[in-house]
Design a protein around this ligand. Structure first.
Ligand code: CA2
Length: 148
């Protein structure tokens, strides 16, 4: 069975626990369950991971080269700073979808630029945590899953 890796960057472990006015009340465990339900309909699996460390995210992208059919990534604040994550994503051959819970374009100007968008095949921003399930749905189309 194909697997899609859902990678999350710094501070996203606090989802549902802090700043609900920006990031909502659902946790990463809720996100994982919602994405798993969508993926099941398309006959693929998901693995959701979160790290506060840039090097760990890069290691996971390298691992995805062998293990994953696609990557969904919310790099957190590394979105706006990390050429290293962009470089790693450029070594991955499958589809990459970028998710932001908040609408980064409606926020401070330093959030308006994303290095990751230079590689992403699609970007979802401002749809709350539902954006992850939407990206999983889109991934189903991109990796050719069968809707059950
Ligand atoms: O909107 C997004 O998903 C972001 O990637 C979230 C990042 C932010 O730096 C980006 O500009 C946009 C921050 C993640 C922080 O996550 C938290 C979640 C709950 C409570 C506190 C922080």
């Amino acid at each position: 069975m194909k697997t899609v890796h859902i990678l999350n960057g710094p501070n996203l472990n606090l989802l549902g626990k802090r700043q609900p006015e920006i990031y909502g009340r659902e946790t990463l465990a809720d996100v994982e369950a919602a994405c798993a339900r969508v993926a099941e309909q398309f006959g693929f699996g998901i693995r959701l991971m979160q790290s506060n460390a840039e090097h760990q995210i890069i290691e996971w992208i390298h691992a995805a080269r062998e293990e994953a059919a696609g990557i969904i990534i919310n790099p957190g604040a590394y979105t706006h700073t990390s050429i290293a994550i962009l470089d790693a994503l450029n070594t991955f051959e499958g589809p990459v979808l970028e998710v932001h819970i908040s609408n980064i374009h409606k926020r401070e100007s330093f959030r308006h630029h994303s290095y990751v968008s230079m590689r992403a095949d699609g970007v979802i921003a401002g749809c709350g945590v539902e954006g992850y399930a939407l990206a999983t749905r889109r991934m189903g189309s991109l990796i050719g899953g069968q809707k059950a």
